[in-house]
Design a protein around this ligand. Structure first.
Ligand SMILES: [Zn+2]
Ligand SMILES: [Zn+2]
Ligand SMILES: [Zn+2]
Ligand SMILES: [Zn+2]
Ligand SMILES: [Zn+2]
Ligand SMILES: [Zn+2]
Ligand SMILES: [Zn+2]
Ligand SMILES: [Zn+2]
Length: 227
């Protein structure tokens, strides 16, 4: 028999219930093991059947919960191995968990067809349809062999531009000249400072050499100062 009776809103009571116990037949719980005699007790007793649920489950797992009279079973907690949405690896999760994401990078090809998704494992689409790929082109330049490095241009051939790496190199060369001068000055002052720090530990020859060096260095400094 079906439960078309209203639920009793009062606390469970042993006396005849006017709102919910207007029945003259036996009432059974869903599994049928908990029986309510006609006009005897509050319907609330039916919510406490301590036998396991016998309903069929879509997933096919036996229920690990008590018999219940409401139609819907609680979520199935049976552990199952499921693949993450990005198909990277599988995990043991409760049966009712539908979406499993791992911590790996998505790695799927983006609509540009050149680059792969850099997001971590996800269930939605990698890009919204109006979004453009902002990754850099990795194709080698024909002339210098450096990467194209322009913002993604999909399957279009690389536009002819001056290589940024070459521009940087040229700037570096100009800077390098200044850099070398600074380095040379450093080399002159370094042995001098070692001599001052630990003069006794150094071999005599080396110290003499340094003295000469220091003299030259002094001359050098003086020459600079005079200029
Ligand atoms: Zn039952
Ligand atoms: Zn299940
Ligand atoms: Zn159930
Ligand atoms: Zn994954
Ligand atoms: Zn791209
Ligand atoms: Zn993705
Ligand atoms: Zn280049
Ligand atoms: Zn390119």
């Amino acid at each position: 028999m079906q439960f078309s009776l209203r639920k009793c809103e009062e606390l469970c009571h042993s006396k005849f219930c006017h709102t919910c116990s207007l029945f003259d037949q036996e009432i059974k719980c869903h599994c049928g093991k908990t029986v309510l005699k006609p006009k005897s007790k509050c319907l609330k007793i039916l919510q406490k059947c301590y036998f396991s649920c016998k309903r069929e489950h879509e997933c096919g797992h036996p229920a690990n919960h008590w018999c219940h009279n409401d139609d819907e079973c609680p979520p199935c907690t049976h552990p199952v191995s499921k693949m993450c949405v990005g198909k990277h690896m599988s995990f043991d999760v409760p049966c009712h968990v539908k979406i499993v994401c791992c911590r790996q990078g998505c790695g799927k090809f983006l609509p540009c067809g050149v680059h792969t998704c850099q997001r971590s494992c996800h269930s939605d689409s990698c890009q919204s349809f109006d979004q453009k790929c902002t990754q850099r082109c990795n194709i080698k330049r024909y002339k210098c062999g450096h990467k194209c490095n322009l913002v993604c241009h999909g399957s279009e051939p690389c536009p002819v531009t001056t290589c940024e790496a070459i521009i940087k190199q040229q700037q570096q060369l100009e800077c390098d000249d200044e850099y070398r001068v600074i380095q040379e000055n450093k080399n002159l002052t370094q042995p001098f400072s070692i001599n001052l720090d630990a003069p006794r530990q150094l071999p005599t020859v080396y110290t003499e050499f340094l003295r000469d060096y220091a003299k030259k260095n002094l001359e050098f400094v003086q020459t600079i100062e005079r200029q």
